[in-house]
Design a protein around this ligand. Structure first.
Ligand SMILES: Nc1ncnc2c1ncn2[C@@H]1O[C@H](COP(=O)(O)OP(=O)(O)OP(=O)(O)O)[C@@H](O)[C@H]1O
Ligand SMILES: [Mg+2]
Length: 388
Protein backbone atom coordinates (compact mmCIF):
# COMPACT_ATOMS: atom_id res chain seq x y z
CA UNK A 1 0.00 0.00 0.00
CA UNK A 2 1.54 3.27 -1.04
CA UNK A 3 1.29 6.29 1.18
CA UNK A 4 -1.39 8.58 -0.34
CA UNK A 5 -0.15 11.81 1.27
CA UNK A 6 2.00 14.33 -0.57
CA UNK A 7 4.24 16.13 1.92
CA UNK A 8 6.41 17.98 -0.56
CA UNK A 9 6.41 21.24 -2.44
CA UNK A 10 4.42 21.46 -5.66
CA UNK A 11 2.83 18.04 -5.18
CA UNK A 12 -0.91 18.03 -5.72
CA UNK A 13 -2.72 16.20 -2.93
CA UNK A 14 -5.53 13.68 -3.54
CA UNK A 15 -7.95 15.82 -1.54
CA UNK A 16 -7.83 19.60 -1.66
CA UNK A 17 -8.76 21.23 1.62
CA UNK A 18 -10.50 24.57 1.67
CA UNK A 19 -10.31 25.60 -1.97
CA UNK A 20 -13.95 25.20 -3.02
CA UNK A 21 -14.77 28.87 -3.38
CA UNK A 22 -11.58 29.72 -5.22
CA UNK A 23 -12.06 26.87 -7.67
CA UNK A 24 -15.72 27.61 -8.30
CA UNK A 25 -14.89 31.23 -8.93
CA UNK A 26 -12.13 30.40 -11.34
CA UNK A 27 -14.37 27.99 -13.24
CA UNK A 28 -16.95 30.76 -13.49
CA UNK A 29 -14.29 33.20 -14.65
CA UNK A 30 -13.20 30.84 -17.41
CA UNK A 31 -16.75 30.39 -18.61
CA UNK A 32 -17.63 34.05 -18.17
CA UNK A 33 -16.81 37.14 -20.12
CA UNK A 34 -15.20 39.43 -17.55
CA UNK A 35 -11.51 39.69 -18.45
CA UNK A 36 -10.56 41.09 -15.02
CA UNK A 37 -11.77 37.93 -13.30
CA UNK A 38 -9.21 35.97 -15.27
CA UNK A 39 -6.16 37.80 -13.98
CA UNK A 40 -5.35 36.17 -10.67
CA UNK A 41 -2.51 36.61 -8.26
CA UNK A 42 -2.16 33.82 -5.70
CA UNK A 43 -0.06 34.66 -2.67
CA UNK A 44 0.69 33.07 0.66
CA UNK A 45 3.43 31.69 2.81
CA UNK A 46 5.79 28.82 2.05
CA UNK A 47 3.85 25.59 1.90
CA UNK A 48 0.47 27.31 1.96
CA UNK A 49 -0.57 25.66 -1.29
CA UNK A 50 0.05 28.27 -3.97
CA UNK A 51 1.58 25.99 -6.58
CA UNK A 52 -1.07 23.37 -5.98
CA UNK A 53 -3.87 25.89 -6.54
CA UNK A 54 -2.17 27.28 -9.63
CA UNK A 55 -1.86 23.76 -11.02
CA UNK A 56 -5.49 23.01 -10.21
CA UNK A 57 -6.58 26.15 -12.05
CA UNK A 58 -4.48 25.19 -15.02
CA UNK A 59 -5.99 21.71 -15.16
CA UNK A 60 -9.47 23.23 -14.99
CA UNK A 61 -8.62 25.46 -17.90
CA UNK A 62 -7.18 22.59 -19.93
CA UNK A 63 -10.32 20.54 -19.29
CA UNK A 64 -12.35 23.48 -20.54
CA UNK A 65 -10.35 23.41 -23.77
CA UNK A 66 -7.94 26.24 -23.06
CA UNK A 67 -4.33 26.33 -24.26
CA UNK A 68 -1.64 26.98 -21.66
CA UNK A 69 1.76 28.60 -21.68
CA UNK A 70 3.84 28.02 -18.55
CA UNK A 71 6.41 30.65 -17.79
CA UNK A 72 9.29 30.05 -15.39
CA UNK A 73 10.92 32.85 -13.48
CA UNK A 74 14.20 30.95 -13.69
CA UNK A 75 14.40 31.37 -17.45
CA UNK A 76 16.86 33.96 -18.68
CA UNK A 77 14.22 35.70 -20.76
CA UNK A 78 10.50 35.44 -20.11
CA UNK A 79 9.70 36.80 -23.55
CA UNK A 80 11.91 34.25 -25.27
CA UNK A 81 10.24 31.55 -23.27
CA UNK A 82 6.84 32.94 -24.15
CA UNK A 83 7.73 32.97 -27.83
CA UNK A 84 9.19 29.47 -27.73
CA UNK A 85 6.18 28.01 -26.00
CA UNK A 86 3.68 29.89 -28.14
CA UNK A 87 5.37 28.63 -31.28
CA UNK A 88 5.44 25.04 -30.16
CA UNK A 89 1.72 25.29 -29.30
CA UNK A 90 1.03 26.80 -32.70
CA UNK A 91 2.77 23.90 -34.35
CA UNK A 92 0.47 21.58 -32.45
CA UNK A 93 -2.82 23.31 -33.01
CA UNK A 94 -2.57 25.35 -36.19
CA UNK A 95 -4.44 23.34 -38.83
CA UNK A 96 -2.70 25.21 -41.62
CA UNK A 97 0.76 24.40 -40.42
CA UNK A 98 -0.22 20.78 -40.12
CA UNK A 99 -1.78 20.31 -43.58
CA UNK A 100 0.92 22.21 -45.39
CA UNK A 101 3.59 20.21 -43.69
CA UNK A 102 1.95 16.93 -44.67
CA UNK A 103 1.49 18.05 -48.28
CA UNK A 104 5.06 19.12 -48.63
CA UNK A 105 6.26 15.87 -47.12
CA UNK A 106 4.16 13.95 -49.61
CA UNK A 107 5.55 15.74 -52.66
CA UNK A 108 9.04 15.70 -51.14
CA UNK A 109 9.35 19.41 -51.77
CA UNK A 110 12.16 20.23 -49.45
CA UNK A 111 12.11 23.98 -49.90
CA UNK A 112 8.37 24.18 -49.30
CA UNK A 113 8.77 22.14 -46.18
CA UNK A 114 11.40 24.49 -44.89
CA UNK A 115 9.09 27.45 -45.53
CA UNK A 116 6.39 25.99 -43.38
CA UNK A 117 8.66 25.23 -40.50
CA UNK A 118 10.07 28.72 -40.63
CA UNK A 119 6.61 30.22 -40.48
CA UNK A 120 6.61 29.90 -36.72
CA UNK A 121 10.25 30.02 -36.08
CA UNK A 122 9.40 33.61 -36.64
CA UNK A 123 12.57 35.24 -37.86
CA UNK A 124 11.29 38.75 -37.47
CA UNK A 125 7.76 37.67 -36.73
CA UNK A 126 6.75 39.91 -33.82
CA UNK A 127 5.79 38.10 -30.65
CA UNK A 128 2.51 40.02 -30.58
CA UNK A 129 1.56 38.52 -33.95
CA UNK A 130 2.44 35.02 -32.81
CA UNK A 131 0.37 35.41 -29.63
CA UNK A 132 -2.52 36.92 -31.52
CA UNK A 133 -2.65 33.95 -33.87
CA UNK A 134 -2.39 31.49 -31.00
CA UNK A 135 -5.17 33.20 -29.04
CA UNK A 136 -7.36 33.16 -32.14
CA UNK A 137 -6.85 29.45 -32.65
CA UNK A 138 -7.37 28.72 -28.94
CA UNK A 139 -10.69 30.54 -29.07
CA UNK A 140 -11.69 28.70 -32.24
CA UNK A 141 -11.32 25.52 -30.19
CA UNK A 142 -13.76 26.92 -27.67
CA UNK A 143 -11.25 27.97 -25.04
CA UNK A 144 -8.73 30.70 -24.67
CA UNK A 145 -5.11 31.32 -23.84
CA UNK A 146 -3.83 30.74 -20.31
CA UNK A 147 -0.47 32.09 -19.18
CA UNK A 148 0.92 31.02 -15.81
CA UNK A 149 3.89 32.20 -13.78
CA UNK A 150 4.89 30.58 -10.48
CA UNK A 151 7.54 31.81 -8.01
CA UNK A 152 6.60 35.35 -8.87
CA UNK A 153 8.71 36.72 -6.00
CA UNK A 154 11.90 35.97 -7.95
CA UNK A 155 10.86 37.45 -11.27
CA UNK A 156 12.83 40.18 -12.95
CA UNK A 157 10.66 43.29 -12.82
CA UNK A 158 11.34 44.52 -16.35
CA UNK A 159 10.67 41.11 -17.80
CA UNK A 160 7.46 40.85 -15.86
CA UNK A 161 6.43 44.22 -17.19
CA UNK A 162 7.10 43.13 -20.76
CA UNK A 163 5.14 39.92 -20.22
CA UNK A 164 2.10 41.57 -18.68
CA UNK A 165 2.17 44.17 -21.44
CA UNK A 166 1.57 41.39 -23.95
CA UNK A 167 -1.20 39.96 -21.80
CA UNK A 168 -2.85 43.35 -21.61
CA UNK A 169 -2.59 43.84 -25.36
CA UNK A 170 -4.22 40.50 -25.98
CA UNK A 171 -7.05 41.32 -23.60
CA UNK A 172 -7.34 44.73 -25.23
CA UNK A 173 -7.79 43.07 -28.62
CA UNK A 174 -10.73 41.18 -27.20
CA UNK A 175 -9.04 37.80 -26.84
CA UNK A 176 -10.00 35.30 -24.17
CA UNK A 177 -6.88 35.34 -22.03
CA UNK A 178 -6.28 34.25 -18.44
CA UNK A 179 -3.19 35.13 -16.46
CA UNK A 180 -2.26 33.30 -13.26
CA UNK A 181 0.68 34.17 -11.08
CA UNK A 182 1.69 32.80 -7.69
CA UNK A 183 4.34 33.80 -5.20
CA UNK A 184 5.37 34.18 -1.59
CA UNK A 185 3.36 37.00 -0.10
CA UNK A 186 6.24 39.08 1.20
CA UNK A 187 8.08 39.01 -2.11
CA UNK A 188 4.94 39.73 -4.07
CA UNK A 189 4.08 42.73 -1.90
CA UNK A 190 7.55 44.14 -2.46
CA UNK A 191 7.13 43.65 -6.19
CA UNK A 192 3.76 45.37 -6.25
CA UNK A 193 5.26 48.42 -4.57
CA UNK A 194 6.94 49.29 -7.82
CA UNK A 195 5.39 51.18 -10.66
CA UNK A 196 4.99 49.19 -13.82
CA UNK A 197 3.30 46.36 -11.93
CA UNK A 198 -0.12 47.97 -12.25
CA UNK A 199 -1.53 45.02 -14.14
CA UNK A 200 -0.75 42.70 -11.26
CA UNK A 201 -1.93 45.17 -8.66
CA UNK A 202 -5.30 45.15 -10.34
CA UNK A 203 -5.38 41.37 -10.60
CA UNK A 204 -7.75 39.47 -8.39
CA UNK A 205 -5.75 38.65 -5.28
CA UNK A 206 -6.16 35.22 -3.77
CA UNK A 207 -4.49 34.80 -0.40
CA UNK A 208 -4.08 31.12 0.42
CA UNK A 209 -3.25 29.87 3.86
CA UNK A 210 -4.51 27.68 6.64
CA UNK A 211 -7.91 26.06 6.51
CA UNK A 212 -9.92 25.38 9.63
CA UNK A 213 -8.92 22.37 11.67
CA UNK A 214 -12.16 20.49 10.99
CA UNK A 215 -11.64 20.80 7.24
CA UNK A 216 -8.08 19.56 7.65
CA UNK A 217 -9.28 16.51 9.61
CA UNK A 218 -11.86 15.79 6.93
CA UNK A 219 -9.25 16.06 4.15
CA UNK A 220 -7.03 13.59 6.05
CA UNK A 221 -9.92 11.21 6.60
CA UNK A 222 -10.94 11.33 2.94
CA UNK A 223 -7.37 10.83 1.74
CA UNK A 224 -7.14 7.63 3.76
CA UNK A 225 -10.67 6.56 2.79
CA UNK A 226 -9.53 6.32 -0.83
CA UNK A 227 -7.15 3.52 0.18
CA UNK A 228 -7.40 0.08 1.76
CA UNK A 229 -6.65 1.60 5.17
CA UNK A 230 -8.96 3.64 7.34
CA UNK A 231 -8.42 6.13 10.14
CA UNK A 232 -10.41 6.35 13.38
CA UNK A 233 -12.43 9.56 13.85
CA UNK A 234 -10.35 10.45 16.93
CA UNK A 235 -7.12 9.97 15.01
CA UNK A 236 -8.36 12.13 12.13
CA UNK A 237 -9.38 14.89 14.56
CA UNK A 238 -6.02 14.80 16.32
CA UNK A 239 -4.21 14.88 12.97
CA UNK A 240 -6.29 17.89 11.95
CA UNK A 241 -5.35 19.63 15.20
CA UNK A 242 -1.65 18.90 14.79
CA UNK A 243 -1.77 20.23 11.22
CA UNK A 244 -3.35 23.46 12.53
CA UNK A 245 -4.99 23.50 9.11
CA UNK A 246 -1.72 24.40 7.39
CA UNK A 247 -1.69 22.68 3.98
CA UNK A 248 1.89 21.40 4.12
CA UNK A 249 1.30 20.09 7.66
CA UNK A 250 -1.92 18.33 6.62
CA UNK A 251 0.14 16.22 4.23
CA UNK A 252 3.02 15.83 6.64
CA UNK A 253 1.02 14.56 9.61
CA UNK A 254 -1.08 12.34 7.36
CA UNK A 255 2.00 10.84 5.80
CA UNK A 256 3.85 10.19 9.08
CA UNK A 257 0.78 8.73 10.79
CA UNK A 258 0.34 6.43 7.80
CA UNK A 259 3.97 5.34 8.14
CA UNK A 260 3.57 4.73 11.86
CA UNK A 261 0.54 2.51 11.31
CA UNK A 262 2.79 0.02 9.49
CA UNK A 263 0.87 -2.99 8.20
CA UNK A 264 -2.22 -2.28 10.30
CA UNK A 265 -5.48 -1.64 8.52
CA UNK A 266 -6.48 1.20 10.79
CA UNK A 267 -4.58 4.37 11.66
CA UNK A 268 -5.05 4.92 15.39
CA UNK A 269 -4.65 7.91 17.67
CA UNK A 270 -1.27 6.58 18.83
CA UNK A 271 0.04 6.59 15.26
CA UNK A 272 -0.86 10.25 14.96
CA UNK A 273 0.39 11.25 18.39
CA UNK A 274 3.70 9.52 17.74
CA UNK A 275 4.15 11.49 14.53
CA UNK A 276 3.88 14.94 16.06
CA UNK A 277 7.55 15.54 16.85
CA UNK A 278 8.72 14.48 13.42
CA UNK A 279 6.13 16.76 11.84
CA UNK A 280 7.25 19.75 13.85
CA UNK A 281 10.88 18.97 13.04
CA UNK A 282 10.13 18.86 9.32
CA UNK A 283 8.22 22.14 9.53
CA UNK A 284 11.16 23.79 11.30
CA UNK A 285 13.60 22.42 8.79
CA UNK A 286 11.69 23.23 5.62
CA UNK A 287 9.72 26.34 6.46
CA UNK A 288 10.95 28.13 9.58
CA UNK A 289 14.65 27.44 9.18
CA UNK A 290 14.96 29.26 5.86
CA UNK A 291 12.75 32.13 7.07
CA UNK A 292 14.67 32.64 10.32
CA UNK A 293 18.15 32.27 8.91
CA UNK A 294 18.55 35.82 7.61
CA UNK A 295 16.75 37.51 10.48
CA UNK A 296 18.38 40.48 12.21
CA UNK A 297 19.28 40.14 15.88
CA UNK A 298 16.63 42.64 16.96
CA UNK A 299 13.83 40.98 15.05
CA UNK A 300 14.85 37.63 16.50
CA UNK A 301 14.86 39.15 19.94
CA UNK A 302 11.34 40.45 19.34
CA UNK A 303 10.10 37.02 18.32
CA UNK A 304 11.78 35.44 21.33
CA UNK A 305 10.22 38.01 23.64
CA UNK A 306 6.85 36.63 22.55
CA UNK A 307 7.71 33.10 23.71
CA UNK A 308 6.66 33.80 27.29
CA UNK A 309 3.02 34.20 26.35
CA UNK A 310 0.62 31.34 25.92
CA UNK A 311 -1.53 33.13 23.34
CA UNK A 312 -1.12 36.53 21.65
CA UNK A 313 1.45 38.92 23.14
CA UNK A 314 0.80 42.49 24.21
CA UNK A 315 3.19 44.78 22.34
CA UNK A 316 3.80 46.70 25.58
CA UNK A 317 5.05 43.52 27.23
CA UNK A 318 7.32 42.78 24.30
CA UNK A 319 8.90 46.24 24.50
CA UNK A 320 9.43 45.85 28.23
CA UNK A 321 11.04 42.44 27.83
CA UNK A 322 13.30 43.80 25.10
CA UNK A 323 14.13 46.78 27.27
CA UNK A 324 13.15 49.27 24.58
CA UNK A 325 10.77 52.19 24.36
CA UNK A 326 7.27 50.99 23.37
CA UNK A 327 7.30 53.43 20.47
CA UNK A 328 10.43 51.84 19.00
CA UNK A 329 8.78 48.50 19.28
CA UNK A 330 6.40 49.35 16.44
CA UNK A 331 9.21 49.47 13.88
CA UNK A 332 10.09 45.84 14.51
CA UNK A 333 6.43 44.96 14.72
CA UNK A 334 5.77 46.37 11.25
CA UNK A 335 8.81 44.68 9.74
CA UNK A 336 7.96 41.30 11.20
CA UNK A 337 4.42 41.62 9.89
CA UNK A 338 5.87 42.38 6.46
CA UNK A 339 8.09 39.31 6.81
CA UNK A 340 4.95 37.29 7.50
CA UNK A 341 6.36 36.04 10.79
CA UNK A 342 3.82 37.70 13.07
CA UNK A 343 0.36 39.13 12.57
CA UNK A 344 -1.85 41.53 14.50
CA UNK A 345 -4.16 39.81 16.98
CA UNK A 346 -6.47 42.55 18.10
CA UNK A 347 -5.58 46.03 19.32
CA UNK A 348 -2.12 46.12 20.84
CA UNK A 349 -1.52 42.40 20.42
CA UNK A 350 0.46 40.26 17.99
CA UNK A 351 0.86 36.52 17.46
CA UNK A 352 3.05 34.19 15.44
CA UNK A 353 1.85 33.96 11.85
CA UNK A 354 2.82 30.33 11.28
CA UNK A 355 2.22 27.13 13.22
CA UNK A 356 5.11 25.95 15.38
CA UNK A 357 7.16 29.09 14.93
CA UNK A 358 7.40 29.18 18.73
CA UNK A 359 8.91 25.69 18.69
CA UNK A 360 11.35 26.73 15.99
CA UNK A 361 12.49 29.64 18.17
CA UNK A 362 12.85 27.43 21.23
CA UNK A 363 14.86 25.00 19.17
CA UNK A 364 17.14 27.87 18.11
CA UNK A 365 17.54 29.05 21.69
CA UNK A 366 18.50 25.56 22.78
CA UNK A 367 20.68 24.45 19.89
CA UNK A 368 21.84 27.70 18.35
CA UNK A 369 20.76 29.58 15.25
CA UNK A 370 20.65 27.42 12.14
CA UNK A 371 21.15 24.18 14.10
CA UNK A 372 19.96 21.01 12.47
CA UNK A 373 16.60 19.75 13.73
CA UNK A 374 17.17 16.17 12.76
CA UNK A 375 20.59 15.31 14.14
CA UNK A 376 22.40 12.50 12.38
CA UNK A 377 21.97 9.75 14.90
CA UNK A 378 21.84 5.98 15.11
CA UNK A 379 24.22 3.25 14.01
CA UNK A 380 23.25 0.38 11.80
CA UNK A 381 24.89 -2.33 9.74
CA UNK A 382 25.60 -1.46 6.10
CA UNK A 383 24.98 -3.91 3.26
CA UNK A 384 28.60 -5.02 3.60
CA UNK A 385 28.16 -5.55 7.28
CA UNK A 386 24.99 -7.52 6.69
CA UNK A 387 26.64 -9.79 4.14
CA UNK A 388 29.71 -10.42 6.24
N1 LIG B 1 -5.57 22.65 -0.51
C1 LIG B 1 -4.71 21.77 -0.01
N2 LIG B 1 -5.14 20.76 0.78
C2 LIG B 1 -4.28 19.87 1.29
N3 LIG B 1 -2.96 19.88 1.07
C3 LIG B 1 -2.47 20.86 0.29
C4 LIG B 1 -3.31 21.84 -0.29
N4 LIG B 1 -2.56 22.70 -1.01
C5 LIG B 1 -1.29 22.27 -0.89
N5 LIG B 1 -1.22 21.17 -0.12
C6 LIG B 1 0.04 20.48 0.26
O1 LIG B 1 0.86 21.47 0.86
C7 LIG B 1 2.22 21.36 0.46
C8 LIG B 1 2.69 22.64 -0.18
O2 LIG B 1 1.96 22.94 -1.34
P1 LIG B 1 2.53 23.93 -2.46
O3 LIG B 1 3.78 23.40 -3.03
O4 LIG B 1 1.43 24.26 -3.38
O5 LIG B 1 2.88 25.21 -1.56
P2 LIG B 1 3.46 26.60 -2.04
O6 LIG B 1 2.62 27.64 -1.39
O7 LIG B 1 3.57 26.64 -3.51
O8 LIG B 1 4.89 26.60 -1.38
P3 LIG B 1 6.22 27.41 -1.84
O9 LIG B 1 6.06 28.80 -1.32
O10 LIG B 1 7.35 26.72 -1.18
O11 LIG B 1 6.29 27.36 -3.34
C9 LIG B 1 2.25 20.13 -0.43
O12 LIG B 1 2.62 19.06 0.39
C10 LIG B 1 0.83 19.96 -0.92
O13 LIG B 1 0.53 18.63 -1.21
MG1 LIG C 1 5.14 26.82 -4.82
Amino acid sequence: MTNPFTPGFGLTPIILAGRDIAIDEFAAALAGTVPEARAILISGQRGAGKTVLLTEFRELALEAGWTDLRMHTSSTSLLEELRGQAISRLREIDPEAETSRLTSARVMNVSAQRDIVQRYEGEGEPLAVVLDRLAELAEAEGGGLLITLDELQSVDRDQLHALTQHVQDLIGSGHAVAFLAAGVRTGVDALLDHERTTFLRRAHRLEVGSVDVGTAAEAIRMTVADTAKSITPEAAVLAGEISRGYPYLIQLIGSKAWQNSGDAEVIEVEDVRGARDAVVAAMIKNVHGPALRGLSARKREYLRAMLEDEGPSAVGDIARRMGIDPRNQSTYRERLIEDDLIRPAGRGFVEYALPYLDEALRHEEREGVGADVEPDRGVRRSHRGRRA
